[in-house]
Design a protein around this ligand. Sequence first.
Ligand SMILES: Cc1cc2nc3c(=O)[nH]c(=O)nc-3n(C[C@H](O)[C@H](O)[C@H](O)COP(=O)(O)O)c2cc1C
Length: 206
Amino acid sequence: MKLLHIDSSILGSDSISRQLSQAVVEQWINAYPNVEVIYRDLNEQPPRHLSAEILQAGILQPSQLNSLQRKEAALSKQFIEEFLSANVLVLGAPMYNFSIPSQLKAWVDRVLVRGLTFKYTEQGPVGLAGNKSVIIASSRGNIYAESSANYTQDHQETYLKTILNFVGITDITVIRAEGLNINSAVREQALLSAQFHINQLTKNAA
Ligand SMILES: Cc1cc2nc3c(=O)[nH]c(=O)nc-3n(C[C@H](O)[C@H](O)[C@H](O)COP(=O)(O)O)c2cc1C
């Protein structure tokens, strides 16, 4: 079993999404000791934003590539291989300005590639990366849960679900700590609730 662990918070050791994603991975390793973990820190090593030059690297012949395109094509290939080969993806994804960190968006732009992770057909788009489970470790300062008045402002979890569904992934679990910046009582309760749900994740492990 392969587990791809991705973090995207800019807040280093103060990050809550990193704390949650790490706890998820530890839970997984305890339940499945043979799991192979691949780790990507998109803040430590941020992918370049997608550009026309990088996009063209995916369609030109290797001999036509300049040195930047060669380097970036190799990175895109590695991201896609890691993503496609993972059985489990653990995604540390905080809410920044109602959406995801731009570092994570830069990764998404490398991984959603027509012909590799999805295709268009006359019957509509078809995802090519379906057979995996995804656990999103979501952190946010305010409250945007489905039942809250702010729900329509959530372009973080809803966006991630949209792109994951688009590539064929339907097995998505969100571990959420929200209301973190409201006050210490709400924050403490949010962290306890997230940890409770992490503990439930592998309860059916053989
Ligand atoms: C740049 C930035 C933008 C943020 N934007 C929002 C926001 O739009 N809505 C919100 O509820 N919280 C927002 N927050 C608060 C974070 O979601 C919250 O601090 C969360 O714990 C961040 O996750 P992290 O600790 O893993 O980085 C923002 C924080 C930062 C640093």
